[in-house]
Design a protein around this ligand. Sequence first.
Ligand code: GH3
Ligand code: MG
Ligand code: MG
Length: 411
Amino acid sequence: MEDLLQFLYLMPVGVVKFRADGAVEMMNAVAAGLLLSMESASTLQNFYSALLPIAPDLGLRVADFAAIAGNIIDQQWLRAIAGSRVLVLSLTVNKIKDNVYMAVLTDVTKLAEQEEKLYVDRQKFFAIFDHVRDYAIYTITMDGLIEEWNQSVQRFGGWDAADVHGRNMSLFFPQDDPDRPNIELLLAEAARIGSAETEGWRVKRDGSRVWVNSVITALPDEAGKVRGFVVVSRDITQRKQLEDEKKQLATIDPLTGAYNRRQGDVLLAVEFSRRTRYGRPFAVLTMDIDHFKAVNDRFGHPAGDSVLCAVVQTCRNILRPTDLLVRWGGEEFLVILPETDTNAAMVAAERLRTAVEANEATLPGGVNIRVTVSIGVALPSSESSSELLSRCDVALYSAKTGGRNRVFLAP
Ligand code: GH3
Ligand code: MG
Ligand code: MG
């Protein structure tokens, strides 16, 4: 009996033995501590009085319990004020026999706080997950099958839950996109280093496209093993358009739509390196409009501008899609002809010359005029691009001094 009392006394939970009227017959130190820490627990003589502020119906419930023995209250959580903090107690009451009751009290404040935090975290998470506007968020399995998604998937992709659930995320990637990423590799990367990022076209439900940035993050379980991924995608179509426009501005001559000189330098460097690496031939033409100053003088500068555009259009009609037309300066152009030997370059130059000569440009006032061009042709030897260009310019100069409207091959 003494051992049992000792055992009860040392138990890490509060134990109280009381009678039907609430009179306490015995309680251990933990129970006394818990009851005393509650501000309002004025007495320890009577269990009902001690718990009155937090369990006012305790006496009634005990009285209502008609069975000979059994559980009356099972782990009911009670909130009490203890000084400046909230104390959460778990109360269990059992009827042992007539007029003998046992209560077990445990301090579950920590547990309650954790649960509260978990609840708040969950609420916060769902608030973010569902109401975040510009991001589509969905989770996928290790194989890329879509599990859960937030409302943005519908908002910016137009996809319904039923469309996507259980289907592979590749659904969102256009089949015919040459830059379509390898999804398996992306997932493998995300699994290996924690996350992977990809940017490109995605298809909407109606078949139209948006430019999207996606971050794929691994979702590890408690043991650290990756169990799936969360994909956070953002529609950045507008940014992409701005970037494309900026790129366009940086590489294209706004008047004629030909490449600008800066891009011409880049394109020339590319051809040089292809020639060095793979021995691919190419040719360059420098083309200058004859007596262009006279066009400006006679018809005005805007008329000169439309002649420039007309010449570019004429050349475009003649050139192959792989040929590159660069506005090198005012009325002077550089044409880069990849995969072209001397004969083919001369033929192309001659075709350009005759086409420009044959074409009438219609000026804004309705006047039609014709212009001619002089062209220098050069093929690279082992020289720098500036040496090649000055050789080509010498050929152009010869075409000019030779009477204009002609083609001259650099020696
Ligand atoms: P040549 O046959 O020797 O080439 O004679 P040209 O008159 O064409 O040569 P010149 O270099 O003397 O004159 C080029 C003219 O091109 C002068 C300049 O005002 C004009 N020009 C340069 N850029 C533009 C442009 O963007 N628009 C217009 N309308 N004219 C331009
Ligand atoms: Mg000129
Ligand atoms: Mg000139």
